[in-house]
Design a protein around this ligand. Structure first.
Ligand code: ADP
Ligand code: MG
Length: 240
């Protein structure tokens, strides 16, 4: 059972007597771009939050390099996160927002300044460094959230439907940016979406969720050409 960078072992989460996820097992390699795809309510976010440490699973384990994370608090997991409406701090500038996670970690001032500069460059927002979030477009705000999530060099970046509030053109621009950042930084990405086009475009592998379980795992081509079920065929196939 070795070799996996991040491993989910038989994860289960219940809310009251409702089973949100059951028996989720998955092995992810370092640097992979993995997408959790599936209909609303299928357990994608719950699985992501268990990886992040926001929720404690009722059973199962999350292992990073073979070490269990279950008792590690979210702030000590080295995991960056971007959500659909990831609220930037409205009273802080772009640069201060990006610096925030480094300040919390008490990094030296010179290191923080250098890192903020590097991150602004990475997401192409250097000219916006002194603006407040309200003075940015939705897409620019998401890029600041991305820069902030990457600022402390997390081992893993989790994104929960980060672009679903944006229009199509903007979504495509930021998708390209996320692809570029993945290539440039080599960070392991777990990306949640219910949009199969987005999943097919971005992912090394797709994990297709159905009713709290994993229906099928594979490359986009695998799922498209060799669906194991009518559910996979219907979800990946010609639904638009
Ligand atoms: P997805 O992200 O795929 O849309 P979720 O993981 O958010 O799905 O939710 C899976 C199921 O668990 C849904 O039926 C949802 O209503 C339920 N659920 C999620 N979080 C909670 C919660 N805090 N309390 C009760 N039910 C929840
Ligand atoms: Mg969700």
């Amino acid at each position: 059972m070795s070799g996996a960078y991040l491993e989910l072992r038989n994860l289960r989460k219940e809310f009251g007597d409702f089973v949100a996820i059951n028996n989720i097992s998955l092995r992810i390699q370092k640097g992979e771009f993995i997408t959790f795809l599936g209909p609303s309510g299928s357990g994608k976010s719950t699985t992501l939050y268990a990886i992040a440490g926001f929720i404690e699973p009722n059973a199962g384990d999350v292992l990073l390099n073979g070490r269990s994370l279950v008792r590690v608090s979210p702030n000590h997991r080295d995991i960056g996160m971007v959500f659909q409406r990831y609220t930037l701090f409205p009273h802080l500038t772009v640069a201060e927002n990006i610096a925030f996670p480094l300040r919390v970690r008490r990094r030296p001032k010179a290191e923080i300044e250098a890192k903020v500069k590097e991150m602004l460059d990475l997401v192409h927002l250097t000219p916006m460094r002194d603006r407040k979030p309200a003075q940015l477009s939705g897409g620019q705000q998401q890029r600041v959230a991305l820069a902030r999530a990457l600022a402390y060099d997390p081992q893993i970046l989790l994104m929960d439907e980060p672009l679903s509030a944006l229009d199509k053109k903007l979504r495509e621009d930021i998708q390209a940016e996320i692809e570029r950042i993945h290539l440039e930084t080599g960070v392991t990405i777990i990306y949640v979406t219910h949009d199969q086009e987005e999943a097919l475009r971005l992912s090394d592998r797709i994990v297709l969720f159905n009713h709290g379980g994993i229906e099928q795992v594979g490359t986009g081509e695998d799922l498209y050409d060799h669906p194991v079920s009518t559910f996979t065929a219907g979800f990946i196939g010609n639904s638009n």
